[in-house]
Design a protein around this ligand. Structure first.
Ligand code: SF4
Length: 457
């Protein structure tokens, strides 16, 4: 039988490499890599094993010896723009030890620079869409010349037959038993063991600083989505982590899923990401009733002109309205902001920091601008030969300064944003009172301490 290893290779930090995006976790959390979760469902007819060296905190040596012991026919491995050099040297060692194992990569840099990455001697293929059933055909017969969604080597030639266009995807049920779910966490979760799930692949929007709109967009088969929710509930999961970039994109789908959960009396908590322009009172009320306890919104900036110039297509009015609605309905909010977007002034950054408090978000994630692989803004910046974009930017600790402020001023504003948001007595009291489980309290405390240390650096 074809043995397949799904691998998240070792990394120095808590490097998240899933969903064609990479960054280190900002505090003490590490979520399950959705690409490998989806593949665990798709590849049921193979003998599949999983090594998540980051979540299990195991070294290069230990990971290598585990891989050797498994002796897989194929290794599907996550890679990232941030850790690429280390990942390549690790994979070279793997290939030196197991010359007959095929190495297939997934990740931001592999997707957006496939022509360069496939040239590495020990790379056999690049999987461009982890929801694609074409991977099954490839694993069964890597000599097949007609495979799509994969860039692969056939002898000395590189074959790329393009991508399959589809508005829907399916992956059966993820085989969560292959993963040590106790080793993952999200910073705001209520329960220890969370079940990751995917309903939307990619994103239909095109915010210029983000690459997610450039990987395509499709939605999961509705009936399969419902089946998996029921399956997870019957398995005893108390919490679902919806990993979509935007669960709320298709209102009819959201309403259908929520109605299914309510009608079947499924008692399960869940969190998701959404956009302020595609939720309203009706959908938020239904989401709350169906167990939604938190929505992550990409707010990005406190200035309308800045939102417009990066094609966010949301408004400050919508942001204020939706955060107010969530508060009223009882859904917690996480607002994500980008400080020091190209061209931001001190006034723009202060407007963003002030908005984080004005909308009374329950959590705020402050990020400094990095040119994400595959984003339209990065492509534009690449035309400016004076900029060095070769550094492996990790948005949790690095940034590129494309403003008229000094780096020191930006870092001071970043620290101020964290301190002024999180270290307010009324805020801390409100959060402490709202904790629903001891686990949630402990997770908040650990992540809070991590953030505090970070704000002092
Ligand atoms: S920022 Fe959000 S809405 Fe915009 S392209 Fe990225 S994932 Fe889509």
């Amino acid at each position: 039988m074809n043995r397949v290893l799904l691998l998240n290779p070792p990394a120095k930090n808590n490097l998240q490499r899933d969903f064609l995006c990479s960054s280190s976790s900002k505090a003490d959390y590490y979520w399950p890599p959705i690409d490998l979760i989806v593949l665990s469902g798709l590849l049921k007819e193979f003998e599949v094993r999983v090594i998540d060296a980051v979540a299990s905190k195991i070294s290069n040596r230990e990971t290598l010896s585990k891989i050797k012991a498994m002796n897989p026919d194929s290794i599907i491995c996550l890679v990232s723009s941030i850790g690429f050099n280390e990942e390549m040297s690790f994979l070279k060692n793997v290939k030196d030890s197991l010359q007959n194992s095929r190495i297939i990569l997934i990740g931001d840099i592999a997707f957006f620079e496939k022509e360069k990455v496939i040239k590495n001697k020990f790379v056999d293929a690049i999987l461009l869409d982890f929801t694609s059933h074409q991977i099954i055909e490839y694993l069964k017969n890597p000599e097949n010349k007609k495979i799509k969604d994969i860039c692969y080597k056939l002898g000395s030639a590189v074959v790329f037959n393009g991508v399959l266009k589809s508005s829907e995807f399916s992956y059966g049920m993820a085989n969560l038993e292959l993963f040590n779910l106790n080793s993952y966490s999200i910073p705001y979760s209520i329960h220890k063991k969370i079940a990751p799930i995917l309903f939307n692949y990619g994103c239909p929007y095109k915010c210029s600083f983000c690459a997610s709109g450039n990987i395509g967009y499709k939605i999961r088969n509705l009936s399969e989505s419902k089946q998996e929710i029921m399956h997870l509930y019957k398995k005893g999961f108390k919490e679902i982590f919806i990993r979509d970039f935007n669960f709320t994109t298709n209102k009819a789908f959201v309403m259908d899923i929520c109605t299914f959960i309510i009608k079947n009396n499924i008692k399960i908590s869940w969190s998701c990401e959404g956009r302020v322009d595609n939720v309203d009172r009706e959908s938020l009320q239904l989401m709350k009733k169906a167990g939604c306890y938190l929505i992550f919104f990409g707010v990005e900036s406190g200035k309308q002109e800045r939102l417009d110039s990066f094609q966010k297509r949301t408004s400050i009015t919508q942001i204020k309205k939706v955060f107010g609605l969530c508060r009223e309905i009882g859904i917690k909010t996480l607002a994500s902001f980008v400080l020091a977007l190209p061209g931001d002034t001190m006034e723009d950054i202060m407007a963003t920091i002030n908005l984080s408090k004005e909308i009374e978000a329950d959590y705020a994630s402050f990020n400094l601008y990095v040119p994400r692989y595959g984003s339209d803004l990065r492509k534009k910046l690449e035309k400016n030969s004076e900029l060095d974009l070769n550094s492996r930017f990790d948005s949790s600790k690095e940034f590129i300064n494309l403003t008229s402020l000094s780096e020191e001023e930006i870092l001071n504003l970043y620290r101020y944003a964290i301190k002024s948001f999180y270290f307010r007595l009324p805020y801390l009291a409100k959060q402490a009172i709202s904790m629903r489980t001891w686990f949630q309290f402990k997770t908040h405390l650990l992540n809070g301490l991590s953030l505090f240390k970070k704000s002092l650096k």
